[in-house]
Design a protein around this ligand. Structure first.
Ligand SMILES: N[C@@H](CCC(=O)N[C@@H](CS)C(=O)NCC(=O)O)C(=O)O
Length: 208
């Protein structure tokens, strides 16, 4: 399998789950900071949406959505228990978390990166940011409460939602969104970062 990723973006979470799975894979970096025509061509050939992650399976088929890549990889390594058994309530709960991270958390915190594209007017940007901060804090407060007394979002089991939440919550420092009033999130980020597979990916992507 091949994973196309850009360092520190949501695709890092797929990199983490591949590493956690113990499966053989190749990680190929696309550096958007030096987005060359060649980079853009590679990505858009594989995914007309032009976004990462992109997973190319051993038979040459592609997946380009985080949720699909996470569940596909987890199911290829059932002995790693990255997802609860099919048909269980816990399996649905793991999807519930994954969907929350994908549709709510990612979109609210990721939106900060695009503020300057909304308007060049600094007053408009400030007003937009104020609104985004309120929305993001609502989600951060929810996650903080949900993590009370737990190691991971599902409790004891580390699942793809944790890999994804870890990456997205990590963006808060890049977009200057303080999380000091969310102690459960802070300790969670430390716990996830200390997993060997996560530490290996952060190193491989040059993030530590
Ligand atoms: N719907 C996709 C979204 C993926 C996504 O937003 N990728 C971002 C990185 S975090 C990206 O490639 N952005 C580049 C761009 O939009 O130009 C998913 O859930 O996987």
């Amino acid at each position: 399998m091949k994973l196309y990723y850009s360092a520190g973006s949501c695709s890092t979470s797929c990199h983490i789950i591949l590493e956690e799975s113990g499966l053989k894979y190749e990680a190929i970096e696309i550096d958007w900071d030096v987005a060359t025509d060649a980079n853009i061509e590679v990505v858009s050939k594989l995914n007309p949406l032009g976004t990462l992650p992109i997973l190319v399976t051993d038979s040459g088929k592609t997946l380009d959505q985080n949720l699909a890549i996470h569940t596909y990889v987890a199911d290829l390594a059932p002995h790693k228990n990255l997802l609860p058994v099919v048909g269980s309530y816990e399996r649905a709960q793991a999807y519930n978390w994954l969907s929350f991270v994908c549709s709510d958390l990612h979109k609210s915190i990721g939106a900060f990166f695009g503020i300057s594209r909304i308007s060049e007017d600094k007053n408009v940007q400030a007003a937009v940011r104020k609104n985004m901060v309120e929305t993001a804090n609502g989600y951060l407060s929810y996650v903080n409460t949900q993590l009370e007394g737990k190691d991971y979002l599902m409790g004891k089991q580390f699942t793809p939602a944790d890999a994804y939440a870890f990456v997205v919550l990590g963006w808060t420092k890049w977009v200057e969104l303080p999380i000091t009033s969310y102690p459960n999130i802070e300790s969670y980020l430390g716990r996830v970062a200390s997993r060997p597979a996560v530490a290996a990916v952060l190193k491989a992507e040059g993030l530590v």
